[in-house]
Design a protein around this ligand. Structure first.
Ligand SMILES: O=C(O)C1=C[C@@H](OP(=O)(O)O)[C@@H](O)[C@H](O)C1
Ligand SMILES: C=C(OP(=O)(O)O)C(=O)O
Length: 426
């Protein structure tokens, strides 16, 4: 297949790795870190610089939201400067399909002096949101009726805050959202979770670490409870790490092609849950080396199936599912019922698309069971989900003739993804 067709071709013929791929790929910054740092910078006591910020749809939507609320974000260079100002109402926020925008911005908008209207992409209107809105209501914030986008937050210039109980079993972002703004509420926030286990807990730990980095006092000593004391969010300059979850398809390419791919700048210590790729890919047969050059993942081209709980790192599930479909033994992905509420219903989408290419995948109550099966080329639909596109290109690297629909959807967290990907093939 011609891997050099322009990536504007839709569906896009995913490049096939006819030979081992050996390459070094510098990856853009983390979405999760960039959007947390932008929010905290807007709440801070002076201007902050977010260095090496990720420039992508989700982070540009965050920058636009904070700018329209009265804290301009200068995105003209690689380092983004945020100048906090009083939050104002009478504005509209476009959330796109970004969970971080639709969940993290309403608690900030609650501090504004008027109405802030939120809406997003058609699918964003189906993503779970109600616990954030109910939480805000119980903290004294006026919010329009309903529990999904679109909705309106009615700011009065301050928020009482205090204790709030929510069920965060559908998304860790419900907790992160209330914590990020909590120090700016009169009584801070004391968030209790009541429900099935919270997914993506490392992302809440990331939120806590970012808050502490800005001088905010957080008590997370008790499970399922996070207390943010009221106080100043100190301005600070930060440098964003590469996005380790977006490294998944690249590292997998090194492994499945029998070559090796290096991602430079892999942090020695990080709050990003994507760091589990080191262990996970090793379990699936990769050779994994972390040294001064970065993280290098290679292999023989043979992939072992894996039985793994991805509850903490559901955002890896699409790429991991694709790799499992290429394995020589069965796999079970567990603990990821909540990813039905991500950019699309990822369990249904993965089962449908992998099976359409000859896969043998069944959806379970909380994940996927994937058995070895001979795969063939064909169309791979992506449902406006960047990580479904990652799954599609991983398959296409091992199976000739995979056509990935709307590969440009990867711009949610990595504009130019397909160009970088295609550039790795000889
Ligand atoms: O807070 C964050 O930056 C994120 C938290 C997780 O969300 P869920 O807890 O909804 O899985 C993760 O999947 C998402 O990609 C990013
Ligand atoms: C779930 C994801 O994104 P969001 O931040 O929109 O929830 C993701 O990136 O895999």
């Amino acid at each position: 297949m011609d891997s050099l067709l322009p990536v504007t071709t839709d569906p896009w013929p995913a490049p096939y790795a006819a030979a081992p791929v050996r390459a070094t790929v510098a990856l853009p910054g983390s979405k999760s870190l960039t959007n947390r740092e932008l929010v905290l910078a807007a709440l801070a006591d002076g201007p902050s610089v977010v260095r090496a910020a990720l420039r992508s749809r989700d982070t540009e939507l965050m920058a636009a939201a904070l700018t329209s609320l009265g804290s301009p974000v200068d995105t003209s260079g690689a380092d983004w400067t945020v100048t906090p100002g009083p939050f104002r109402g009478g504005v509209a926020v476009d959330c796109g399909l970004a969970g971080t925008v639709m969940r993290f911005v309403p608690p900030v908008a609650a501090l504004s002096d008027g109405e802030v209207a939120f809406d997003g992409d058609p699918h964003a209107r189906t993503r779970p949101m109600g616990e954030v809105l109910a939480g805000l209501r119980s903290l004294g914030v006026g919010v329009s009726a309903g529990d999904t986008l679109p909705f309106t937050v009615r700011g009065t210039g301050s928020v009482r805050g205090g204790r709030v109980t929510i069920d965060a079993s559908a998304s860790s972002q419900f907790v992160s959202a209330l914590l990020l703004a909590g120090a700016s509420y009169d009584e801070g926030v004391d968030v209790l979770h009541d429900g099935k286990p919270v997914p993506s807990l490392p992302h809440i730990e990331m939120t806590v670490a970012c808050l502490r980095g800005h001088g905010v006092e957080v008590d997370d000593a008790e499970p399922d409870r996070w207390r943010v004391l009221p106080g100043t969010v100190r301005a600070r300059d930060t440098t964003v790490e590469p996005d380790l979850s977006n490294a998944a398809p690249f590292l997998m390419l090194g492994m499945l092609s029998g070559g090796a791919v290096t991602v430079p700048g892999w942090p020695g210590a990080t709050t990003q849950p994507g760091d589990v790729l080191r262990d996970l890919l090793a379990r699936m047969g990769a050779e994994v080396v972390l040294d001064d050059d970065g993280l290098t993942v290679g292999g023989t081209g043979t992939i072992s199936g894996v039985d793994v709980d991805l509850h903490d790192v559901g955002e890896l599930a699409p790429a991991v599912a694709a790799l499992c479909a290429l394995a020589d033994s069965p796999s079970v992905l567990r603990g990821i019922a909540h990813i039905r509420g991500h950019e699309t219903d990822r369990l249904a989408a993965l089962a449908t698309e992998l099976n359409a290419l000859g896969g043998d995948v069944t959806e379970t109550e909380d994940g996927l069971a994937i058995r070895p099966a001979p795969l063939h080329g064909g169309r791979f639909a992506t449902y406006a989900d960047h990580r479904m596109a990652h799954a599609g290109v991983v398959l296409g690297a091992a199976v000739d003739g995979v056509l990935v629909e709307d590969v440009a959807t990867t711009s949610k967290t990595f504009p130019g993804f397909a160009e970088v990907w295609a550039g790795l093939f000889g």
